[in-house]
Design a protein around this ligand. Structure first.
Ligand SMILES: Cc1ncc(COP(=O)(O)O)c(C=O)c1O
Length: 388
Protein backbone atom coordinates (compact mmCIF):
# COMPACT_ATOMS: atom_id res chain seq x y z
CA UNK A 1 0.00 0.00 0.00
CA UNK A 2 1.55 3.22 -1.08
CA UNK A 3 0.08 6.64 -1.38
CA UNK A 4 -0.26 7.47 -5.06
CA UNK A 5 0.97 10.94 -5.90
CA UNK A 6 -1.94 13.38 -5.73
CA UNK A 7 -1.84 14.10 -9.46
CA UNK A 8 -2.20 10.40 -10.35
CA UNK A 9 -5.59 10.40 -8.69
CA UNK A 10 -6.67 13.80 -9.95
CA UNK A 11 -9.92 13.35 -11.82
CA UNK A 12 -10.28 14.61 -15.33
CA UNK A 13 -11.92 17.97 -15.64
CA UNK A 14 -9.42 19.73 -13.40
CA UNK A 15 -9.61 22.67 -15.83
CA UNK A 16 -12.83 23.47 -13.96
CA UNK A 17 -10.92 24.50 -10.87
CA UNK A 18 -11.12 28.25 -10.35
CA UNK A 19 -14.11 28.64 -12.63
CA UNK A 20 -17.54 29.84 -11.54
CA UNK A 21 -20.38 27.39 -10.86
CA UNK A 22 -21.83 28.33 -14.25
CA UNK A 23 -19.02 26.35 -15.89
CA UNK A 24 -20.14 23.06 -14.29
CA UNK A 25 -21.79 20.91 -16.93
CA UNK A 26 -25.03 19.16 -16.02
CA UNK A 27 -25.98 16.88 -14.49
CA UNK A 28 -23.21 16.97 -11.90
CA UNK A 29 -22.86 16.19 -8.22
CA UNK A 30 -21.75 19.29 -6.36
CA UNK A 31 -20.64 19.77 -2.77
CA UNK A 32 -21.09 23.12 -1.08
CA UNK A 33 -17.75 23.07 0.73
CA UNK A 34 -18.67 25.83 3.16
CA UNK A 35 -21.82 24.00 4.28
CA UNK A 36 -19.97 20.68 4.47
CA UNK A 37 -17.21 22.15 6.61
CA UNK A 38 -19.74 23.77 8.94
CA UNK A 39 -21.48 20.40 9.32
CA UNK A 40 -18.20 18.72 10.13
CA UNK A 41 -17.17 21.40 12.62
CA UNK A 42 -20.54 21.14 14.39
CA UNK A 43 -20.28 17.38 14.68
CA UNK A 44 -16.68 17.48 15.91
CA UNK A 45 -17.58 20.11 18.50
CA UNK A 46 -20.60 18.06 19.61
CA UNK A 47 -18.58 14.86 20.06
CA UNK A 48 -15.86 16.74 21.90
CA UNK A 49 -18.35 18.41 24.25
CA UNK A 50 -19.99 15.04 24.95
CA UNK A 51 -16.66 13.32 25.53
CA UNK A 52 -17.20 10.67 22.86
CA UNK A 53 -15.07 9.71 19.89
CA UNK A 54 -16.18 10.42 16.35
CA UNK A 55 -15.64 7.80 13.65
CA UNK A 56 -17.83 8.93 10.75
CA UNK A 57 -19.11 6.35 8.29
CA UNK A 58 -17.15 6.80 5.06
CA UNK A 59 -19.47 4.54 3.05
CA UNK A 60 -21.41 7.76 2.61
CA UNK A 61 -18.72 9.70 0.69
CA UNK A 62 -16.31 6.91 -0.30
CA UNK A 63 -13.58 9.50 -0.62
CA UNK A 64 -10.09 9.28 0.87
CA UNK A 65 -9.76 13.07 0.77
CA UNK A 66 -12.94 13.53 2.80
CA UNK A 67 -11.97 10.78 5.24
CA UNK A 68 -8.61 12.49 5.78
CA UNK A 69 -10.39 15.83 6.22
CA UNK A 70 -12.64 14.29 8.88
CA UNK A 71 -9.64 12.89 10.71
CA UNK A 72 -7.78 16.19 10.51
CA UNK A 73 -10.85 17.81 12.05
CA UNK A 74 -10.79 15.42 15.00
CA UNK A 75 -12.31 12.07 14.00
CA UNK A 76 -10.34 9.10 15.35
CA UNK A 77 -10.80 7.22 12.09
CA UNK A 78 -13.59 6.20 9.76
CA UNK A 79 -15.94 3.28 9.31
CA UNK A 80 -16.47 1.45 6.05
CA UNK A 81 -18.82 -1.36 5.19
CA UNK A 82 -16.72 -3.33 2.72
CA UNK A 83 -13.22 -4.77 2.53
CA UNK A 84 -12.65 -3.09 -0.81
CA UNK A 85 -13.72 0.29 0.59
CA UNK A 86 -11.17 -0.16 3.36
CA UNK A 87 -8.47 -1.04 0.82
CA UNK A 88 -9.22 1.96 -1.37
CA UNK A 89 -9.27 4.40 1.53
CA UNK A 90 -6.07 2.92 2.96
CA UNK A 91 -4.45 3.42 -0.41
CA UNK A 92 -5.56 7.04 -0.22
CA UNK A 93 -3.73 7.58 3.07
CA UNK A 94 -6.44 6.75 5.62
CA UNK A 95 -4.80 4.87 8.49
CA UNK A 96 -7.54 4.06 10.98
CA UNK A 97 -10.42 2.09 9.55
CA UNK A 98 -13.23 0.01 11.04
CA UNK A 99 -15.04 -2.41 8.77
CA UNK A 100 -18.34 -2.18 10.67
CA UNK A 101 -19.63 -5.30 9.03
CA UNK A 102 -19.13 -9.05 8.82
CA UNK A 103 -16.62 -10.57 6.39
CA UNK A 104 -16.84 -14.32 5.90
CA UNK A 105 -15.25 -15.40 2.60
CA UNK A 106 -11.72 -16.77 3.31
CA UNK A 107 -10.21 -15.00 0.27
CA UNK A 108 -11.64 -11.71 1.52
CA UNK A 109 -10.36 -12.38 5.03
CA UNK A 110 -6.90 -12.82 3.51
CA UNK A 111 -7.26 -9.28 2.16
CA UNK A 112 -8.41 -8.09 5.59
CA UNK A 113 -5.32 -9.67 7.17
CA UNK A 114 -3.01 -8.06 4.62
CA UNK A 115 -4.63 -4.70 5.15
CA UNK A 116 -4.41 -5.00 8.96
CA UNK A 117 -0.68 -5.69 8.69
CA UNK A 118 -0.16 -2.83 6.23
CA UNK A 119 -2.01 -0.32 8.41
CA UNK A 120 -0.19 -1.55 11.52
CA UNK A 121 3.18 -1.13 9.79
CA UNK A 122 2.46 2.53 9.22
CA UNK A 123 1.15 3.17 12.70
CA UNK A 124 -2.53 2.74 11.86
CA UNK A 125 -5.17 0.23 12.86
CA UNK A 126 -7.84 -1.94 11.31
CA UNK A 127 -10.96 -3.12 13.11
CA UNK A 128 -13.78 -5.42 12.04
CA UNK A 129 -17.16 -6.66 13.27
CA UNK A 130 -18.16 -10.30 13.82
CA UNK A 131 -21.39 -12.02 14.72
CA UNK A 132 -20.59 -15.73 14.50
CA UNK A 133 -18.14 -18.21 15.98
CA UNK A 134 -17.27 -19.36 12.47
CA UNK A 135 -16.58 -15.75 11.53
CA UNK A 136 -14.16 -15.32 14.44
CA UNK A 137 -12.41 -18.59 13.67
CA UNK A 138 -12.02 -17.80 9.97
CA UNK A 139 -10.71 -14.34 10.83
CA UNK A 140 -8.20 -15.81 13.31
CA UNK A 141 -7.08 -18.31 10.69
CA UNK A 142 -6.57 -15.60 8.09
CA UNK A 143 -4.65 -13.41 10.56
CA UNK A 144 -2.18 -16.23 11.27
CA UNK A 145 -0.22 -16.36 14.49
CA UNK A 146 1.45 -13.40 16.09
CA UNK A 147 0.62 -10.08 17.61
CA UNK A 148 -2.80 -8.45 17.92
CA UNK A 149 -3.04 -6.75 14.58
CA UNK A 150 -6.77 -6.27 14.43
CA UNK A 151 -9.51 -5.00 16.74
CA UNK A 152 -12.63 -7.14 16.75
CA UNK A 153 -16.07 -5.87 17.75
CA UNK A 154 -18.97 -8.20 18.43
CA UNK A 155 -21.98 -6.88 16.57
CA UNK A 156 -25.27 -6.83 18.47
CA UNK A 157 -28.63 -6.82 16.78
CA UNK A 158 -30.14 -3.92 18.68
CA UNK A 159 -33.48 -4.03 16.93
CA UNK A 160 -32.68 -3.44 13.30
CA UNK A 161 -33.04 -7.13 12.49
CA UNK A 162 -29.99 -7.28 10.27
CA UNK A 163 -26.63 -8.68 11.36
CA UNK A 164 -25.61 -9.17 14.98
CA UNK A 165 -26.07 -11.54 17.88
CA UNK A 166 -29.34 -11.37 19.73
CA UNK A 167 -28.54 -12.56 23.26
CA UNK A 168 -26.04 -11.63 26.00
CA UNK A 169 -24.99 -15.30 26.10
CA UNK A 170 -24.05 -15.27 22.43
CA UNK A 171 -22.17 -12.00 22.97
CA UNK A 172 -20.09 -13.55 25.74
CA UNK A 173 -19.45 -16.68 23.69
CA UNK A 174 -18.07 -14.61 20.83
CA UNK A 175 -15.98 -12.40 23.12
CA UNK A 176 -14.49 -15.54 24.69
CA UNK A 177 -13.70 -16.96 21.29
CA UNK A 178 -12.01 -13.71 20.23
CA UNK A 179 -9.98 -13.62 23.46
CA UNK A 180 -8.80 -17.19 22.80
CA UNK A 181 -6.89 -16.03 19.70
CA UNK A 182 -3.78 -13.98 20.53
CA UNK A 183 -3.80 -12.42 17.06
CA UNK A 184 -7.20 -10.82 17.73
CA UNK A 185 -8.05 -8.07 20.22
CA UNK A 186 -11.56 -8.00 21.65
CA UNK A 187 -12.36 -4.31 21.30
CA UNK A 188 -16.00 -4.07 22.32
CA UNK A 189 -19.44 -3.92 20.80
CA UNK A 190 -20.84 -2.69 17.49
CA UNK A 191 -24.44 -1.62 18.08
CA UNK A 192 -26.21 0.28 15.31
CA UNK A 193 -29.93 0.51 14.61
CA UNK A 194 -30.35 1.72 11.03
CA UNK A 195 -34.12 2.01 10.88
CA UNK A 196 -34.25 4.04 14.10
CA UNK A 197 -32.31 6.80 12.33
CA UNK A 198 -35.20 7.56 10.03
CA UNK A 199 -38.10 7.47 12.48
CA UNK A 200 -39.61 10.87 11.96
CA UNK A 201 -40.45 12.12 15.44
CA UNK A 202 -37.97 12.70 18.23
CA UNK A 203 -40.23 10.67 20.52
CA UNK A 204 -40.19 7.63 18.20
CA UNK A 205 -36.43 7.76 17.97
CA UNK A 206 -36.13 8.04 21.76
CA UNK A 207 -38.38 5.03 22.22
CA UNK A 208 -36.44 2.97 19.69
CA UNK A 209 -33.18 3.96 21.32
CA UNK A 210 -34.42 2.96 24.79
CA UNK A 211 -34.69 -0.61 23.46
CA UNK A 212 -31.26 -0.34 21.83
CA UNK A 213 -29.74 0.80 25.08
CA UNK A 214 -31.39 -1.98 27.08
CA UNK A 215 -29.84 -4.58 24.77
CA UNK A 216 -26.43 -2.93 24.89
CA UNK A 217 -26.54 -2.67 28.68
CA UNK A 218 -27.53 -6.34 29.01
CA UNK A 219 -24.62 -7.32 26.76
CA UNK A 220 -22.18 -5.13 28.71
CA UNK A 221 -23.35 -6.58 32.03
CA UNK A 222 -22.92 -10.13 30.77
CA UNK A 223 -19.44 -9.34 29.46
CA UNK A 224 -18.48 -7.71 32.75
CA UNK A 225 -19.67 -10.77 34.67
CA UNK A 226 -17.63 -12.98 32.36
CA UNK A 227 -14.49 -10.90 33.02
CA UNK A 228 -14.37 -9.59 29.45
CA UNK A 229 -15.58 -6.01 29.70
CA UNK A 230 -16.37 -4.18 26.48
CA UNK A 231 -13.68 -1.58 26.06
CA UNK A 232 -15.81 0.46 23.68
CA UNK A 233 -19.38 0.51 22.39
CA UNK A 234 -19.57 2.01 18.91
CA UNK A 235 -22.57 2.88 16.77
CA UNK A 236 -25.05 5.67 15.94
CA UNK A 237 -26.20 7.44 12.81
CA UNK A 238 -27.30 10.95 11.93
CA UNK A 239 -30.82 10.42 13.34
CA UNK A 240 -30.00 9.30 16.88
CA UNK A 241 -26.36 10.14 17.67
CA UNK A 242 -27.26 12.57 20.47
CA UNK A 243 -28.99 9.69 22.26
CA UNK A 244 -25.97 7.41 21.98
CA UNK A 245 -23.70 10.25 23.07
CA UNK A 246 -25.81 10.93 26.18
CA UNK A 247 -26.23 7.26 27.06
CA UNK A 248 -23.06 6.98 29.11
CA UNK A 249 -22.51 3.62 27.42
CA UNK A 250 -21.50 4.47 23.86
CA UNK A 251 -17.99 5.79 23.46
CA UNK A 252 -17.92 6.32 19.71
CA UNK A 253 -20.31 7.78 17.11
CA UNK A 254 -20.44 6.46 13.55
CA UNK A 255 -22.81 8.96 11.94
CA UNK A 256 -22.03 9.59 8.30
CA UNK A 257 -24.83 11.43 6.50
CA UNK A 258 -24.57 14.58 8.65
CA UNK A 259 -21.72 15.70 6.41
CA UNK A 260 -23.99 16.08 3.35
CA UNK A 261 -27.51 15.98 4.89
CA UNK A 262 -29.89 14.48 2.37
CA UNK A 263 -33.58 15.18 1.79
CA UNK A 264 -34.65 12.10 3.72
CA UNK A 265 -32.86 13.17 6.89
CA UNK A 266 -34.33 16.65 6.50
CA UNK A 267 -37.76 15.04 6.98
CA UNK A 268 -36.83 14.01 10.54
CA UNK A 269 -38.23 16.21 13.26
CA UNK A 270 -35.18 18.10 14.57
CA UNK A 271 -33.89 16.89 17.91
CA UNK A 272 -32.94 19.95 20.00
CA UNK A 273 -30.16 17.87 21.54
CA UNK A 274 -28.43 17.59 18.16
CA UNK A 275 -26.56 20.27 16.27
CA UNK A 276 -28.36 21.21 13.07
CA UNK A 277 -26.89 20.38 9.71
CA UNK A 278 -27.23 22.01 6.31
CA UNK A 279 -27.70 20.43 2.93
CA UNK A 280 -24.27 20.28 1.35
CA UNK A 281 -24.78 17.85 -1.54
CA UNK A 282 -26.62 18.87 -4.69
CA UNK A 283 -27.21 17.71 -8.21
CA UNK A 284 -26.82 20.61 -10.60
CA UNK A 285 -29.34 20.15 -13.41
CA UNK A 286 -30.63 22.14 -16.38
CA UNK A 287 -34.11 22.45 -17.83
CA UNK A 288 -34.09 20.99 -21.33
CA UNK A 289 -37.79 20.93 -22.23
CA UNK A 290 -40.83 22.90 -21.17
CA UNK A 291 -44.53 22.54 -21.94
CA UNK A 292 -47.71 24.01 -20.48
CA UNK A 293 -47.94 21.56 -17.60
CA UNK A 294 -44.33 20.84 -16.63
CA UNK A 295 -40.66 21.34 -17.28
CA UNK A 296 -38.09 18.58 -17.78
CA UNK A 297 -34.55 18.65 -16.37
CA UNK A 298 -31.57 16.54 -17.35
CA UNK A 299 -31.13 14.67 -14.03
CA UNK A 300 -32.96 11.38 -13.64
CA UNK A 301 -32.25 8.47 -11.37
CA UNK A 302 -28.88 7.83 -12.97
CA UNK A 303 -27.84 11.09 -11.30
CA UNK A 304 -29.33 10.50 -7.87
CA UNK A 305 -30.62 7.56 -5.88
CA UNK A 306 -34.36 7.35 -5.29
CA UNK A 307 -34.52 4.57 -2.68
CA UNK A 308 -35.34 7.09 0.06
CA UNK A 309 -37.57 9.30 -2.04
CA UNK A 310 -37.19 11.77 -4.87
CA UNK A 311 -34.99 14.84 -4.62
CA UNK A 312 -36.17 18.22 -3.43
CA UNK A 313 -35.70 21.28 -5.62
CA UNK A 314 -33.68 23.90 -3.78
CA UNK A 315 -35.41 27.23 -3.27
CA UNK A 316 -38.21 26.74 -5.80
CA UNK A 317 -41.90 25.93 -5.51
CA UNK A 318 -41.36 22.91 -7.72
CA UNK A 319 -41.97 19.25 -7.17
CA UNK A 320 -39.59 16.78 -8.75
CA UNK A 321 -41.23 13.75 -10.39
CA UNK A 322 -39.43 10.68 -11.65
CA UNK A 323 -39.02 10.97 -15.42
CA UNK A 324 -36.78 7.91 -15.73
CA UNK A 325 -33.04 7.37 -15.99
CA UNK A 326 -32.17 10.75 -17.49
CA UNK A 327 -35.20 12.97 -16.95
CA UNK A 328 -36.77 14.80 -14.07
CA UNK A 329 -40.32 16.17 -14.30
CA UNK A 330 -40.84 19.50 -12.60
CA UNK A 331 -44.29 20.67 -11.66
CA UNK A 332 -45.31 23.79 -9.78
CA UNK A 333 -46.42 23.10 -6.23
CA UNK A 334 -48.64 26.20 -6.11
CA UNK A 335 -51.03 27.56 -8.73
CA UNK A 336 -49.20 30.91 -8.72
CA UNK A 337 -45.69 29.38 -9.03
CA UNK A 338 -44.07 29.61 -12.44
CA UNK A 339 -42.36 26.79 -14.22
CA UNK A 340 -38.66 27.26 -14.94
CA UNK A 341 -37.67 28.37 -18.41
CA UNK A 342 -35.67 26.43 -20.95
CA UNK A 343 -32.01 26.48 -19.97
CA UNK A 344 -32.64 27.40 -16.33
CA UNK A 345 -30.34 25.79 -13.79
CA UNK A 346 -31.79 24.07 -10.74
CA UNK A 347 -30.20 22.44 -7.73
CA UNK A 348 -31.61 19.15 -6.48
CA UNK A 349 -31.19 17.87 -2.93
CA UNK A 350 -30.85 14.08 -3.27
CA UNK A 351 -33.14 11.83 -1.25
CA UNK A 352 -30.29 9.61 -0.03
CA UNK A 353 -26.68 10.73 -0.11
CA UNK A 354 -24.81 7.37 0.08
CA UNK A 355 -26.13 5.68 -3.08
CA UNK A 356 -26.21 9.04 -4.89
CA UNK A 357 -22.49 9.53 -4.35
CA UNK A 358 -21.86 5.99 -5.60
CA UNK A 359 -23.31 7.01 -8.99
CA UNK A 360 -20.57 9.58 -9.58
CA UNK A 361 -16.81 9.51 -10.15
CA UNK A 362 -16.27 12.97 -8.78
CA UNK A 363 -17.82 15.46 -6.38
CA UNK A 364 -17.33 19.02 -7.54
CA UNK A 365 -16.45 21.12 -4.51
CA UNK A 366 -17.70 24.70 -4.70
CA UNK A 367 -16.64 27.54 -2.40
CA UNK A 368 -18.74 30.66 -1.95
CA UNK A 369 -22.23 29.28 -2.50
CA UNK A 370 -24.16 27.76 -5.36
CA UNK A 371 -25.08 31.06 -6.94
CA UNK A 372 -21.78 32.92 -7.22
CA UNK A 373 -19.30 30.31 -5.98
CA UNK A 374 -16.15 29.01 -7.59
CA UNK A 375 -15.02 25.44 -8.13
CA UNK A 376 -12.25 24.88 -5.59
CA UNK A 377 -11.72 21.15 -5.56
CA UNK A 378 -12.59 17.97 -7.40
CA UNK A 379 -13.16 15.25 -4.84
CA UNK A 380 -12.72 11.82 -6.27
CA UNK A 381 -15.20 9.13 -5.17
CA UNK A 382 -12.30 6.71 -4.75
CA UNK A 383 -14.34 3.76 -3.55
CA UNK A 384 -17.14 4.18 -6.09
CA UNK A 385 -18.43 0.72 -6.86
CA UNK A 386 -16.18 -0.89 -4.22
CA UNK A 387 -18.75 -3.46 -3.17
CA UNK A 388 -16.69 -6.55 -2.33
C1 LIG B 1 -23.08 0.40 10.73
C2 LIG B 1 -23.42 1.80 10.38
N1 LIG B 1 -22.96 2.80 11.15
C3 LIG B 1 -23.23 4.08 10.86
C4 LIG B 1 -23.98 4.43 9.75
C5 LIG B 1 -24.18 5.90 9.47
O1 LIG B 1 -25.47 6.31 9.42
P1 LIG B 1 -25.90 7.68 8.76
O2 LIG B 1 -25.25 7.81 7.42
O3 LIG B 1 -27.35 7.53 8.63
O4 LIG B 1 -25.46 8.75 9.66
C6 LIG B 1 -24.50 3.42 8.93
C7 LIG B 1 -25.33 3.76 7.77
O5 LIG B 1 -26.05 2.98 7.21
C8 LIG B 1 -24.20 2.07 9.24
O6 LIG B 1 -24.65 1.06 8.49
Amino acid sequence: LTKPPPDARAPSGSALIGQGVGAIDTPALVVDLDAMERNLARMVAFARAQGVRLRPHAKMHKSAALARLQMQAGAVGVCVQKTSEAEVLAMGGVDNIFISNEVIAPHKLQRVAKLAAALHSRGGRLAIAVDSLAGVQSLAQAMGMGQELIDVFVELDVGHGRCGVTTPEATVALAREIARHPQLRFAGLQAYHGRAQHLRSVQERREAFALVLARVQAACAALQAAGLPAVLVTGAGTGTFALEAASGVYGELQAGSFLFMDADYARNEADPAQPSFEHALFVKTQVMSVCATHAVCDAGHKSHAIDSGLPLVLGAALEYGNGGDEHGLLRATRPDARLPALGDVLWLIPGHCDPTVNLHDVLIGVRGGLEHGVVEQLIRVDARGALT
